[in-house]
Design a protein around this ligand. Structure first.
Ligand code: RIB
Ligand code: CA
Length: 315
């Protein structure tokens, strides 16, 4: 059993990732924290409560976090995720309430309680994680580490940016936070665009058709979440679900360890995750701070996704 805390900005793919996480018996979800990103903090928190209520996860604390990035202005993804942040999905107003603690308080408390039994899975900008590290620097040695959805490492043909030529949205949205996290020494496994946008790894219209017509609440919700993007983009990159899947089964990906720095100044390169691949002046072992996913077993991942998100066959 892996104890995890999920930090999220739901968001269509975040919602699918939560379905996958709660459909995976290997994970015990200790808490969900929300962050501004795809949608406002208020909407991210409302969506998290709606989703956990749908999942019956009534005992999992949901704590809201940052309403703005550390320094920059928030830039939402409503154009992608829709006005509600959940595509075409309509869920009832939740009876669940936000936990009295802030996201930083919940992250720090769970880190103190569980130590290296806790893995944190950030699926949005790293604002809450950076703030938790600033609040209690010791957590970088306490927790098992982070499995983040974030970064574009230029290590595969798909490792270019989605917010500019070189930066991935979660890092781009709050590069100062990402720099704090990457430079902190906390163990980071990065599930970046290099693997999440691999065409073999995307949800295709054909796979979507397999579950769109299923008359099962879970499949209907997944279909309502995905439909608009499947039609507009002729498929859907399962960014956040892959990060959760990697926490469930690390053997789904191959990783390579690099020294990675985050660009916070560049006009053209804001949010770039810069991999130091110099063969001379090679980065030292201690400087290498990120295990970057460089390949994925797409077939096994998509099977896990369909079994656990759509069919709830997690067991
Ligand atoms: O770049 C992809 C990431 O940005 C995903 O986490 C998606 O939810 C958006 O937040
Ligand atoms: Ca996200």
């Amino acid at each position: 059993m892996k104890h995890v805390l999920i930090d999220t900005d739901p968001g269509v793919d975040d919602a699918l990732a939560l379905l996958l996480a709660f459909g995976s018996p290997e994970l015990k979800i200790e808490g969900v924290t929300t962050v501004v990103g795809n949608v406002s903090l208020e909407l991210a928190s409302l969506n998290a409560l709606k989703l956990l209520e749908f999942l019956g996860a009534v005992d999992v604390p949901v704590a809201s976090g940052a309403a703005e990035p550390l320094v920059r202005e928030a830039v939402d993804g409503v154009g992608i995720h829709g006005e509600t942040g959940l595509g075409e999905a309509v869920l009832p107003e939740p009876t669940l309430k936000l936990n009295g603690r802030s996201a930083v308080q919940l992250i720090v408390e769970k880190a103190e309680e569980l130590g290296d039994r806790l893995t944190i899975i950030p699926l949005g900008p790293l604002t809450n994680i950076a703030s938790a590290i600033q609040a209690k620097p010791g957590i970088v040695e306490e927790v098992e580490g982070l499995v983040i959805m974030g970064g574009a490492f230029n290590l595969t043909p798909y490792g270019h940016g989605n917010m500019n030529a070189v930066a991935e949205y979660n890092i781009w949205h709050d590069p100062e936070a990402a720099k704090i996290v990457f430079d902190s020494g906390i163990p980071v496994k990065a599930v970046g665009l290099d693997v999440t946008t691999n065409p073999l790894n995307r949800l295709t219209p054909e796979l979507f058709a397999e579950f769109e017509s299923l008359d099962v609440a879970r499949a209907r919700l997944a279909a309502d979440l995905c439909r608009s993007l499947i039609r507009r983009m002729n498929g859907l990159s399962l960014h956040d679900p892959l990060a959760v899947a990697v926490a469930v089964d690390p053997s789904l990906v191959e990783t390579k360890r690099f020294k990675v720095e985050v660009e916070t100044v560049g006009a053209l390169t804001r949010g770039m995750t810069i991999v130091d691949r110099r063969r001379y002046h090679k980065a030292s072992e201690t400087e290498m701070n990120v295990d970057v996913c460089v390949s994925v077993d797409a077939e096994r991942f998509l099977r896990l996704f369909m079994d656990r998100v759509v069919h709830d066959k997690g067991g």
